[in-house]
Ligand binder design. Sequence first.
Ligand code: ZN
Ligand code: ZN
Length: 347
Amino acid sequence: MRASDLLTPTPQGLYCPLADVFIDPVRPVARALITHGHSDHARSGHGAVLATEETLGVMAVRYGPDFAGATEVARLHEPIAINGVTFMFAPAGHVLGSAQIAVEKDGMRIVVSGDYKRARDPTCEAFEPIPCDVFITEATFGLPVFRHPALEGEIAKLLSSVELFPDRTHIIGAYALGKAQRMAALLRAAGYERPIFIHGALEKLMEFYQRHGVDLGEIRLASVKDKKDLRGEIVLCPPSAIQDLWSRRFADPVTAFASGWMRVRARARQRGVELPLVVSDHVDWDDLCATIKEVGAGEIWVTHGQEEAIVHWCGTQGIAARPLRLVGYGDEGEAEPDAAPTEAGAS
Ligand SMILES: [Zn+2]
Ligand SMILES: [Zn+2]
């Protein structure tokens, strides 16, 4: 069994011809296996979807209950046979419900990691390295310049700013799925006990996480009648909202953005971010290299992102690597459907 006979890149996404299924297809297909709920991986309109219960739940929250013709729950670590090919879902540590998918036949195992990270995240199960012949990875932050700093330091930076400016509201841009909930959970872990306020566009997914047992403490909608209302408080919102009219209702806001991209000063300036917080849901360069060594794959396929550097690095390690250049995948959910500013949603 050659790897390319088991899984092959197509314009719709990664395809397994033997089982006739796609993984994270970017266009509607008859049967899709989906790694996680970010909109570039989980799209509506497929005939049938196999995914973890949480991922199916996220899709229902975003697209409505009829997002696919049929759905089936994939339980973690339980092999599922389709036409003689075995598929197994395992935690990816990216967002709630996120999974890698191991595809196996006749002793050949390919692991599709989807998006993943190794850093601590109290809101989802940690990434599990699965030994494999071919490891398929993203390379969103696949450059040596991307070394994510310790989380504790970034959260401490935010909390000291809150202490320093008690008359200002701290508005933190965070992706609606994963990042917003992780920021809330990290603040709680750091001992922050005040209510955390949210933009209306974050409400449904915040509730979804809480229904699934993720403790985020007291979450309140950011309702402002008077500019003085949320002085000294922390407000989470979609990244697009930190620059729009919505943010001007707050008293002298400090604008922050929680993203791996905040490692790049120019990006922070472009977005008018006063307090950049480097908090990423993707592996950085060191974790990417360490993960490739850990899974022991003889071959690496890179789906998207900064592929040249990691392909080169693999070469120096004697590991075969090739870029797949899959089209349609963004970084950290830049195209989140519910990240659009909704002025009415946050009143
Ligand atoms: Zn993702
Ligand atoms: Zn992605």
